[in-house]
Design a protein around this ligand. Structure first.
Ligand SMILES: Nc1ncnc2c1ncn2[C@@H]1O[C@H](COP(=O)(O)OP(=O)(O)OP(=O)(O)O)[C@@H](O)[C@H]1O
Ligand SMILES: [Mg+2]
Length: 500
């Protein structure tokens, strides 16, 4: 096979091999890593927002609880509390002042310095989540030092307890909490991303790379079997893809090799034909002179010899003209099948010692076919039968026999070639009419039946092996050809009625 033919056969495949030229900028692993970090961070943010509000709430509640206890102490003490104790209690609460509202009166229980109006008010009794979150971010974003008046539940039936605190310590605590959450989130993201990438690498990326390598390398050289993928047997989607790819690659390989052989054979046939035609032409010239001999045997054989050589030359010529594997269009004409079978039997006679060829076709059975091509069909089928009989012998207790039958079936002519040999071996039956597929004999090419099928199909007919269908065969193989008796779809041939 030359370079152009090879390129034509594997063209679409070899384009597959061009894909790896593209550089992979961000591999799947790095994309996955970035995505996992992003998703974990988003999750952490979703958790952080309510948790920072909760943190602030707890911080204020702690101060209020301390103030609550202090209020009980102040309420229980009738005399004024000493100034040192007063400031010690305020320090432990973390407030500038503590006040309580009972009925309509607001009473300042303790205060450090002169009272000042607060910058912000915050009521811890039943705030909504949204209010808590807004207040938390307000605290985090506050630029200047502010004071907050925090209101909570009061002891001893009071209306509310109010403490005035500085916002700065709480803001610092909230920022340090946020930083911790950020660090923790980053650590979790990295650990999760690493584990996810390792898992994905083992479960997905490695098998996918294996697939990609096999596809691209096989695409570069589809005639070599070394890049056919070995399926790993995994039961997930990639395992199924590997199985399917292996089947596809094996089929392609087989098909390419088959086409390669056919192309090589075509070339060989063309070369053989070319030289054979020249040799046959010389033989034809010599045999022409045999006709003039006075020897009776020579006179009887010479016309047949000349006809056979004519046929061989025109066949070689037509193969050269019409190309390797394609049969030329049949030149149909009205033929006596009986005479054609006699001709084939005569040509085969040197190969059939001991085999009886029974021409059971009626003398007045005509068909409408290409004489040259039908001759080759019958020659191939009868030769196969004779080969099977000489190689494996006939059915026990019978003489080797090949029988030709024909009958009319509606608008078709049915021709049967039967023998009493061993029958077609089961391995040869699958793809029997495909080139190189059916041969089970050493030394044979396995082309005969594919040529027969091509010619029969070219005539618009069909061929099948009918042995084993309970037909009236001879116990061996029976090939049945069905040919239309019409010239065209609407035109019925003017053939005489023939005997079945
Ligand atoms: N009448 C028959 N009896 C038994 N086996 C047969 C018969 N006809 C065909 N076969 C089987 O079918 C196979 C294919 O036949 P085919 O004519 O295509 O190729 P071949 O005879 O092996 O080679 P060649 O190309 O030389 O004809 C044969 O090898 C043979 O095993
Ligand atoms: Mg054959």
């Amino acid at each position: 096979m030359n370079k152009e033919e090879a390129a034509e056969l594997s063209g679409p495949l070899s384009r597959l091999g061009q894909a790896p030229g593209r550089k992979v900028r961000f591999g799947l692993a790095s994309r996955l890593l970035a995505l996992v970090v992003l998703f974990v961070m988003l999750t952490e943010i979703a958790v952080y927002i309510p948790s920072i509000a909760n943190f602030r709430n707890n911080w204020l509640q702690d101060r209020l609880s301390a103030a609550f206890t202090a209020a009980l102490v102040f309420e229980a003490t009738p005399s004024a509390v000493p100034a040192e104790l007063n400031s010690a209690i305020l320090d432990s609460v973390g407030a500038r002042s503590i006040a309580i509202k009972n009925h309509d009166a607001r009473l300042v229980l303790a205060a450090a310095g002169s009272p000042q109006p607060p910058d912000v008010h915050y009521d811890t009794r039943n705030p909504t989540l949204f209010e808590q979150i807004a207040a938390a971010f307000d605290t985090l974003m506050a630029r200047q030092a502010r004071s907050i008046a925090v209101v909570g539940h009061a002891p001893l039936g009071g209306e509310y307890l109010e403490i005035l605190i500085d916002e700065a310590p709480m803001r610092d605590a909230m920022w340090s909490y946020s930083l911790n959450v950020l660090l923790l989130s980053l650590t979790i993201s990295c650990i999760v991303a690493f584990l996810a990438v390792v898992a994905i690498n083992i479960m997905v990326l490695r098998p996918v790379r294996h697939l990609t390598t096999s596809i691209t390398q096989f695409g570069r050289n589809p005639e070599a079997s070394e890049w056919v993928i070995e399926p790993s047997g995994r039961s997930h989607e990639i395992g199924v893809a590997e199985d399917a790819l292996a089947v596809m690659q094996r089929d392609l390989l087989r098909e390419l090799n088959r086409k390669k052989r056919l192309a090589a054979l075509g070339l060989a046939v063309a070369k053989i034909n070319h030289d054979m035609r020249n040799m046959l032409s010389s033989a034809q010239l010599l045999s022409d002179r045999l006709v003039e001999t006075s020897d009776p045997i020579g006179q009887r054989i010479a016309p047949k010899l000349v006809a056979t050589l004519d046929r061989a030359i025109s066949f070689c010529q037509s193969t050269l003209v019409y190309g390797r594997a394609v049969e030329r269009q049949p030149k149909r004409q009205k033929l006596s099948l009986h005479s054609l079978v006699d001709d084939v039997a005569e040509t085969l006679s040197p190969f059939t010692p001991g085999v009886v060829i029974d021409n059971a076709v009626a003398h007045d059975f005509f068909i409408y076919a290409d004489q040259e091509q039908l001759f080759r069909v019958l020659l191939n089928l009868m030769r196969n039968a004779v080969d099977a009989l000489t190689n494996a012998g006939p059915q026990p207790g019978t003489q080797p026999l090949v029988r030709l039958r024909a009958r009319k079936d509606g608008t078709n002519s049915v021709i049967e070639v039967c023998d009493n040999g061993p029958g077609v071996p089961p391995p040869a039956r699958a793809n029997l009419f495909q080139p190189f597929s059916g041969s089970s004999r050493p030394g044979s090419t396995g082309l005969g039946l594919s040529i027969v099928a091509d010619i029969v199909h070219g005539h618009g007919g069909t061929i099948k092996l009918v042995t084993g269908e309970g037909e009236r065969g001879l116990g061996g193989a029976t090939f049945r050809i069905t040919l239309p008796r019409r010239r065209a779809k609407t035109q019925v041939l003017d053939l005489p009625e023939e005997a079945a």
